[in-house]
Design a protein around this ligand. Structure first.
Ligand code: ADP
Ligand code: MG
Length: 237
């Protein structure tokens, strides 16, 4: 099982954002979509999520042809850089929102929210409002909310980009630890080489709407596919 992107192209007017992209993203792993700004990372992630339609090509998610499925039928969870929490709702209600709109029984929601708050160490903060959390705690709430509906795929677009360096580092470790516990197929977008190398099992390097290389952090360092990858990764520190 995997996410299979096959021959996906996307234009915005005359501009080619994705140029016949094919890539296989392995199931149950933590994959970084890494590349410079404007490279097409968010566009590819949005196409996987169903928030954007490719002009051509196919998207398969864990064995299901998702090319024409709307986002709500893809069973994906999202976390974005600027987390849109419901400001007037408690942390608990934010985390349980996806279950509530799916009309899950109250007891089930309560139990699942308890479990998730524990997972992201926010069990003391359930009754607070999002504004009463720190930036890092808010992104942990976002992770819990995205996981609430047990998605087959978790997608994160520069989830820690807006935070300061120390909190970012902390959240990287969180993401890694969470992934090791829930093993959900995860794709996260980043332009930060160090973040990708430190956190990901697998890295997809994308630039100018094309895939430059796919491999483990070691593969990329030991055998960069081309000059672009070598220069982009920079000197080993
Ligand atoms: P990344 O996430 O790697 O920074 P994006 O996927 O957001 O890159 O964007 C790739 C390119 O496509 C950029 O040059 C961006 O300006 C362009 N682009 C993205 N979305 C749109 C849009 N809705 N309309 C026009 N151009 C867009
Ligand atoms: Mg982006």
């Amino acid at each position: 099982m995997s996410i299979e992107i096959a021959g996906v192209s996307k234009r915005f007017g005359d501009f080619v954002a994705l140029d016949n992209v094919s890539v296989s993203i392995p199931s149950g792993r933590l994959t970084a979509l890494l590349g410079p700004s404007g490279g097409g990372k968010s566009t590819l992630l949005r196409i996987i999520a169903g928030l954007e339609r490719a002009d051509s090509g196919r998207v398969e998610i864990e064995g299901v042809d998702a090319t024409d499925l709307p986002p709500q039928k893809r069973n994906v969870g999202f976390v974005f850089q600027h987390y849109a929490a419901f400001k007037h709702m408690s942390v608990r209600r934010n985390v349980g929102f996806g279950l509530q709109i799916r009309k899950r029984p109250k007891d089930e929601i309560r139990a699942r929210v308890d479990e998730l708050l524990k997972l992201v160490h926010l069990e003391q903060f359930g009754e607070r409002l999002p504004a009463q959390l720190s930036g890092g705690q808010r992104q942990r709430m976002a992770l819990a909310r995205a996981l609430a509906v047990k998605p087959t795929v978790l997608l994160l677009d520069e989830p820690f980009g807006a935070l300061d360096a120390k909190v970012r580092k902390e959240l990287r470790d969180w993401l890694r630890r969470l992934h090791d516990e829930v093993h959900v197929t995860t794709v996260f977008v980043t332009h930060d080489q160090e973040e990708a190398l430190e956190v990901a099992d697998e890295i997809v390097v994308i630039n100018d709407g094309r895939i430059e290389q796919v491999g483990s952090p070691d593969d990329l360092y030991d055998r960069p596919a081309n000059d672009f990858v070598m220069k982009f990764l920079g000197p080993v520190t």
